[in-house]
Design a protein around this ligand. Structure first.
Ligand SMILES: [Zn+2]
Length: 210
């Protein structure tokens, strides 16, 4: 089944509003970060599992990793194959989560907020910093300008294709595009509030990269 960008957006934004944000509100109240994820069936866009960041338990329990763990905790005969699923993350997956999605067998992922949003609007700079510091190796032949412009990871590769919600919105036109832009803006405002709660208590829960 091949879905239109509007259908995918409707599923992602509804899942975010109805399921991920309420869970995130509980998570940030206990000191975890604002990141969430969902796994949906390609066949009908129904939600298989939703999860959020749980770094107060372990710094590896990012929203995406927690979601993958819960997906694989389902009995094998009750869960679809990863190739039969769509992976959605509220925030562009970090290096840990990009690898987690890859190792788990998903052939796609979509995200709402970009790394730059996470750094600038959410005041969490680690995604970009880890990719630049750990993975981005300068080559002697490259100018500093070319190095700075080199993408931090490959959004279309042998394992998966990644697309942002903004990419999907840009597929639309006219009133349909305006409606989706408005929905995204409303969700962004809700996240501003959740981010304020997290930032207000940041540093008090022993998370190594808070
Ligand atoms: Zn992550």
């Amino acid at each position: 089944m091949s879905w239109t960008s509007a259908q995918l957006l409707d599923a992602f934004l509804s899942t975010t509003s109805d399921q991920i944000i309420p869970l995130t509100a509980k998570g940030v109240a206990s000191g975890s970060k604002v990141f969430g994820a969902a796994i949906l069936r390609k066949s009908d866009l129904s939600v298989v599992v939703v999860a959020t960041n749980h770094e107060t338990s372990s710094p590896l329990l990012h929203g995406e990793i927690n979601c993958i763990q819960q997906f694989y905790a389902l009995p094998a005969d009750q869960r679809p194959l990863p190739k039969e699923c769509i992976f959605f993350a509220t925030h562009e997956p970090c290096s840990l989560c990009l690898s987690g999605i890859t190792w788990s067998g998903f052939d796609n992922h979509y995200f709402l907020f970009t790394y730059e949003d996470t750094r600038d609007a959410f005041n969490i700079p680690h995604d970009i910093k880890i990719l630049e510091e750990v993975f981005k190796v300068p080559t002697p032949s490259e100018t500093p300008e070319a190095f700075a412009k080199r993408p931090l990871y490959n959004k279309s590769n042998a394992f998966w294709i990644a697309r942002s919600v903004a990419d999907l919105v840009n597929d639309l036109e006219g009133g349909e595009k305006n409606t989706m832009e408005k929905r995204v803006k409303e969700i962004r405002e809700e996240y501003n509030g959740l981010s304020g709660v997290y930032q207000g208590g940041k540093g008090s829960k022993g998370i190594p990269l808070a």
